[in-house]
Write a protein of this length. Structure first.
Length: 135
């Protein structure tokens, strides 16, 4: 979490740098494990988190606010996920790391997708259009 609002000229770079650090950490640790199934599990986790970020952006663009706090806590936040993957990679065998990463990817994807579908299917969900599309 950031201690101050992002209002400087280059402060827009902070969230993508945090995301790149998280995604990079997960993928590098998975790549170093040497087990064939670890990279697909890492990709699944990164894809689930990237979808969560995409969903968050579109909620904010539609003035619906961020996803609920319980979801952010449940999936650990960027720092929590990165710390968890790092610790798990350090203490488990490569095969156990593959299983743990797969379980984490499925859990994060399940929570994120269920909440996203619940929100966007609700009657109060905003109509959000990409740039260039008529509203």
């Amino acid at each position: 979490a950031l201690a101050r609002p992002l209002k400087g000229a280059l402060d827009w770079l902070v969230p993508p740098l945090f995301r790149a650090a998280e995604y990079g950490t997960v993928l590098v640790l998975a790549g170093k494990s040497g087990v064939n199934g670890t990279l697909p599990a890492a990709f699944g986790l990164v894809a689930a988190v990237a979808y969560h970020h995409y969903d968050t952006v579109y909620r904010i663009r539609g003035d619906a606010g961020a996803p609920p706090a319980w979801l952010v806590r449940a999936i650990g936040g960027q720092e929590g996920r990165t710390l968890l993957v790092t610790v798990v990679a350090a203490v488990l065998t490569a095969t156990q790391f593959e299983v743990a990463l797969t379980v984490l990817a499925v859990a994060v994807a399940g929570l994120v997708l269920v909440e996203s579908i619940r929100f966007w299917a609700s009657a109060g969900a905003p109509a959000v259009h990409d740039e260039g599309e008529p509203a």
